[in-house]
Design a protein around this ligand. Structure first.
Ligand code: AP5
Length: 236
């Protein structure tokens, strides 16, 4: 089975790596941040409630996130595995997840704070196809424009400096304790997130459980519905 959780602070590169690995493993990339942003964009009742929390850099209430996650995990494409990015983020969420499904590995990414801030504040996204860029590490061909559809790139509201500080503090207070939780039950696999995306991807492959590792080495067809990430920056 390939039921993998990506755990790590904001901006560490979870989404970038999750998109790549999900395509290699042929499992869906389930990002609670992406699901919530889609709900905000669609102005659903959930999205309207989540919006203020997200802009401020706070966690969205557990019950709301659990609802969308449960629904997504029940979809047929998640039956044979998934790559969960951004969930769980506190102990209550870890317990809720354990009640829904077992997981095979928790990959825990780490990066010094200055590098996190640099990756977050330089990130730009395409509002139409969600492609992710970085002003220095993965710039678009035409400054400020999406390579794929030419749309004007925007900064996520929670990547502004005032929200970044809150997000890092929330991570330290609520999410970091999960490292000890997953270390205790033997699932934790630490990943050094410094260096280029290719370097990080190589460390991920080396840390995967045996059956998933062989899948990553032999498969390369992209997975439908995967968040679009470019080839990636050369460092950071
Ligand atoms: P979410 O979208 O999950 O944000 P996050 O966890 O803070 O992670 P990010 O998306 O900011 O960063 P990332 O690690 O994916 O980095 P990326 O690959 O983009 O959540 C957003 C909000 O939603 C939360 O704050 C909360 O409000 C809510 N939420 C979500 N899940 C929730 C939950 N379970 N419970 C409650 N609330 C929840 O990379 C960042 C940048 O760096 C990019 O520009 C990229 O190009 C660049 N980059 C990537 N890799 C490298 C590299 N190796 N070198 C240089 N640059 C790199």
């Amino acid at each position: 089975m390939r039921r993998i959780v990506f755990l790590g602070p904001p901006g560490v590169g979870k989404g970038t790596q999750a998109a790549r690995l999900a395509a290699e493993l042929h499992v869906p990339h389930l990002s609670t941040g992406d699901l919530l942003r889609a709900a905000v964009a669609a102005q659903t009742p959930l999205g309207r409630e989540a919006d203020g929390h997200m802009r401020a850099g706070r966690l969205v209430p557990d019950a709301l996130v659990l609802g969308i996650l449960r629904e997504r995990l029940a979809a047929p494409d998640a039956r044979d595995g998934f790559l969960l990015d951004g969930y769980p983020r506190n102990l209550a969420q870890a317990e809720a997840l354990a009640a829904i499904t077992p997981v095979d590995a928790v990959l825990a990414f780490d990066l010094p704070r200055e590098a996190l801030v640099e990756r977050l504040t330089g990130r730009r996204v395409c509002p139409t196809d969600q492609s992710v860029y970085h002003v220095a590490f993965h710039p678009p061909k035409v400054p400020g424009r999406c390579d794929r559809d030419g749309a004007e790139l925007v900064q996520r509201p929670d990547d502004r400096p005032e929200a970044v500080g809150t997000r890092l503090a929330v991570y330290a207070e609520q999410t970091e304790p999960l490292l000890a939780h997953y270390r205790t039950n033997g699932l934790l696999r630490p990943i050094d997130a410094r260096g280029s995306p290719d370097e990080v991807a190589a460390r991920i492959r080396a840390a995967l459980p045996g059956d998933a590792r062989s899948g990553a080495a032999t498969r390369s067809r992209p997975t439908a519905g995967t968040r679009r990430r470019g080839p990636g920056p050369s460092g950071g």
